[in-house]
Design a binder for this molecule. Structure first.
Ligand SMILES: *Cc1c(COP(=O)(O)O)cnc(C)c1O
Length: 383
């Protein structure tokens, strides 16, 4: 089976060379826009492409406001701060995620609580969340959610749309509303993914995107906060050193951050966004081909959840066992076809091993069997 898979992948990418997991594609007006910033001298934190990128992205996602940042982690840090997360508080997230989700929580002085994922979404499980809260939390007289163990406030909940597949948002919204948790979506991997026709990252009070080099579109490095007008204005203020608007005076009215996305990067982003739908078409076509190839095989291809359109940012398979997974990784990587296991669970990282957690059966199983397959945009879709 591994040979058939490797041959299939080589055939898709039409090369005998090394095949990466995900390579960026610059097939549009990237050069033109980036050059424009150089010629205008506006390469840094002021410039027309930043505004345009924010507006184009807000329009594409259907968000009231988009605020561009220097990377996705910074976007999540500010989103959490605007969700009201304070030092000493708790924030729910999934154990099966990239470390940036947890780091942004830690930047606020808060601590993650690790909850299991669903097998069909690979993302935060609403039922696992509900059971953990029912057993381990109370709503106090002020309506605040508190951990029974030490009375800490549980302020927010950060689901992550793994590999672009949306989590069960309707159910999560219900649980978060019942327990007074602010929903902040880590949509770093899911630009172009929709849950019941609504873009991921726009359903919670706040959401964020990443435009790192390995994401579906890239600005080199970059991110964006998605939110409403009011929080968006606050996000802009906090990410631009909290400077009060004035013709020439420097007045900063709180501790702000220099989290601005440079115009140079935004120019790249504008050109990339123009091609996003084409990239998604290519990725969904490749996913369809993987799915047919692997149908009935020992490798179970991960497909989009019902009622969703996934961007299929990274294709993934579920192996039969950890040994089967190890064999697949060794065979493909040995033959110049890059594949990767999913992240280790965050509760096993030394940085976060002391944090509270629920039952993590699904996460533990998935950690041992999931493998990502090459997912770059196929050149046949770029003509
Ligand atoms: C990429 C990513 C981030 C952070 O984005 P950066 O732009 O790299 O800081 C956050 N969360 C998840 C799940 C990611 O995949």
């Amino acid at each position: 089976m591994f040979d058939t898979l490797i041959e299939f992948i080589r055939d898709q990418y039409q090369t005998k060379d090394f095949i990466p997991l995900h390579a960026p594609v610059f097939s549009g007006r990237e050069r033109e826009y980036v050059l424009e910033t150089i010629e205008s001298t506006f390469v840094s934190s002021v410039g027309a492409f930043v505004d345009r990128f924010e507006q184009d992205m807000a329009k594409y996602t259907g968000s009231q406001r988009g605020v561009a940042t220097v990377n996705g982690t910074a976007a999540l840090h500010i989103a959490l701060q605007l969700a009201g997360v304070k030092s000493g508080e708790l924030v729910i997230t999934q154990a099966l995620t990239f470390v940036a989700t947890c780091n942004a929580i830690a930047y606020c002085g808060a601590e993650p609580v690790f909850i299991d994922v669903d097998r069909h979404t690979l993302g935060l499980s609403p039922s696992a969340l509900q059971s953990w809260l029912a057993e381990n939390a109370i709503l106090d007289a002020d309506g605040l959610c508190r951990a029974k163990a030490d009375n800490r406030i549980v302020r927010a909940c950060v689901p992550m749309h793994t590999f672009g597949h949306p989590v069960e948002l309707d159910l999560l919204v219900e649980v978060c509303t019942q327990w007074n948790l602010v929903l902040v979506e880590d949509a770093a991997e899911s630009l172009g993914s929709f849950y019941k026709n609504r873009h991921t990252g726009t359903i919670g009070a706040l959401g964020m995107l990443s435009f790192n080099g390995n994401k579906i579109i890239t600005t080199g490095g970059g991110g964006m906060i998605l939110t409403n007008e009011v929080l968006g204005a606050r996000a802009k203020h906090l990410t631009t050193t909290a400077k009060k608007p004035h013709a020439y005076e420097y007045v900063h009215d709180e501790v702000g951050y220099n989290y601005r996305l440079p115009n140079l990067n935004a120019a790249l982003g504008c050109a990339q966004l123009e091609q996003l739908e084409k990239f998604i078409e290519a990725k969904r076509a490749l996913a369809g081909r993987y799915a047919s190839l692997l149908q009935g095989s020992a490798l179970q291809f991960v497909t989009e959840p019902a009622d969703c359109r996934s961007n299929y940012w990274l294709n993934a398979v579920i192996c039969e066992s950890a040994a089967h997974r190890d064999a697949l990784l060794a065979e493909t990587n040995g033959k110049g076809v890059m594949t990767r296991p999913i992240w280790g669970l965050m509760n096993t990282s030394p940085t976060y091993s002391h944090c509270l957690k629920g039952d993590l059966s699904n996460s533990t199983w998935l950690e041992s069997v999931v493998v990502n397959l090459p997912s770059s945009v196929l050149s046949e879709f770029l003509r």
